[in-house]
Design a binder for this molecule. Structure first.
Ligand code: ADP
Ligand code: TRP
Length: 340
């Protein structure tokens, strides 16, 4: 198919929702780690976002927000091909071709459609884009000869559909498309939200990475705590603020905070020191978020104030991506007999 090369990893992020610590630890950081050893493609799935109704101004803003988030988190655009899906016209072309090889039954069984139907949506309510979502996703992946796709468990079926679409085309025309493998990391941590459930933008329990200092403190300040009397020991077991702190702090910081909880004192070795209560626990969490993400927060704000730079960067990424995409699409067009 093609010459030996470094393995290629690709993943896409929909520009919906403001990124939170769960996204960072569960998705952004692992993807950036992988980009150190793989040839890496990372994109903003803006066309996919349209499968659910979006406010146009919000979608535009969110697209920049995702771009700024990844860059502020450390994505190096000289190592990672970073682009928006909508800048790669080869993707919808391949999606159309794939759709002509993908059985209807396979798409009918996709979770997204089944879930919508189970919730009572009829064929009049479900838009065709949602139905064909997995085919567009298959094209996102197959257009770059991707080897590995790191995704959450919820995307497993979409990956299977991408594999199946590639196999169907290959069955008809020979080894045209590389069949990708999912990388579903079962060990990836689930970050708890401020109410103890999984941190998620849909639950309103998240610590947003780039909220203002004031918004951040307001969110943490309002965490519900038990009625332990000020100065009495606090139980860190399964306590949500401590759980989040543990994921962010250095071991010695975590050990110190745990001792403060258990002793109810600011200085765990000095019973006469100032009491340590829930207010202090909240301040500790607030501080660790600022400490851990301080530089990224500043960089995020700088980038969001420089949209021309973000546009330029994404355009450069798209140019690189299109070189690869054009090669793969050419192969497919030749294979199916479309004149070019
Ligand atoms: P949300 O649940 O806030 O809507 P998404 O579904 O958009 O988040 O998830 C985007 C990425 O972030 C996915 O790869 C997902 O696995 C990861 N992610 C989301 N929430 C968490 C969490 N609480 N812990 C770990 N990873 C998470
Ligand atoms: N469907 C993915 C999600 O909802 C986003 C996505 C679109 C994607 N295209 C992709 C992920 C290609 C990996 C590869 O999170």
């Amino acid at each position: 198919m093609s010459e030996p090369r470094k393995k290629r990893v690709l993943t896409g992020v929909k520009p919906t929702g403001v990124p939170h610590i769960g996204n960072y630890l569960g998705a952004i950081q692992p993807a950036l780690e992988l980009s150190k050893e793989y040839d890496s493609f990372l994109f903003i799935a803006d066309l996919h976002a349209l499968t659910t109704r979006q406010d146009p101004a919000h979608l535009t803003e969110q697209t920049f927000c995702v771009a700024a988030t990844w860059l502020a988190a450390g994505l190096d655009p000289s190592r990672v091909v970073f682009y928006k899906q909508s800048d790669i016209p080869e993707i919808p072309t391949l999606a159309w071709i794939l759709s002509c090889y993908t059985p209807l039954g396979l798409l009918n069984r996709a979770h997204s459609i089944k879930a919508a139907r189970q919730e009572g949506a009829t064929d009049e309510d479900i838009n065709h884009g949602l139905f064909t979502y997995p085919v567009l996703m298959a094209a996102d992946i197959l257009i770059f000869d991707t080897d590995v796709v790191p995704v959450g468990k919820d995307q497993k079926q979409h990956l299977e559909i991408a594999q199946e679409a590639a196999r169907k085309l290959n069955l008809a025309h020979g080894e045209v498309l590389r069949v990708p493998e999912p990388k579903i990391d079962e060990a990836v941590m689930t970050v708890p939200g401020l109410d103890g459930r999984k941190m998620s933008k849909s639950y309103g329990n998240s610590i947003e990475l780039f909220a203002s200092d004031k918004e951040l403190w307001n969110k943490i300040k309002n965490v519900k705590t038990d009625s332990t009397v000020y100065g009495q020991p606090l139980n860190p077991e399964n306590e949500v603020m401590f759980e989040i702190y543990k994921l962010l702090g250095r071991p010695e910081q975590v050990a110190k905070l745990e001792a403060q909880y258990r002793s109810g004192r600011t200085d765990p070795n000095d019973p006469a020191s100032k009491p340590f209560g829930w207010g202090d626990a909240k301040k500790a969490l607030n501080e660790i978020v600022l400490e851990r993400f301080g530089p990224a927060r500043a960089e995020y704000r700088r980038l969001m104030n420089d949209k021309p730079y973000l546009r330029k960067l994404l355009a450069e990424g798209a140019e690189k991506a299109r070189t690869t995409a054009a090669g793969v699409l050419g192969r497919v067009l030749d294979a199916v007999g479309i004149v070019r």
